[in-house]
Design a protein around this ligand. Sequence first.
Ligand SMILES: [Zn+2]
Length: 67
Amino acid sequence: MVEAERSHKEVVVEYSGSRLRVDVDEKGFYVCPLCGALFTSPRDLVSHVIGHALGLPDARRASPERL
Ligand SMILES: [Zn+2]
């Protein structure tokens, strides 16, 4: 799953018909384009970004989720 890539690469995550272009860092974490929080799966990132859109206070500074 994690391949040897230089620093960042970019992936497109689709969710409910919306497309988000996000960076993936060298460790394979998905990077929130709004606040830089790291997520292990695109699904977690998408729900986090939706939190931004809804103005949820705890979405502003989230740590990597471990589920
Ligand atoms: Zn964020």
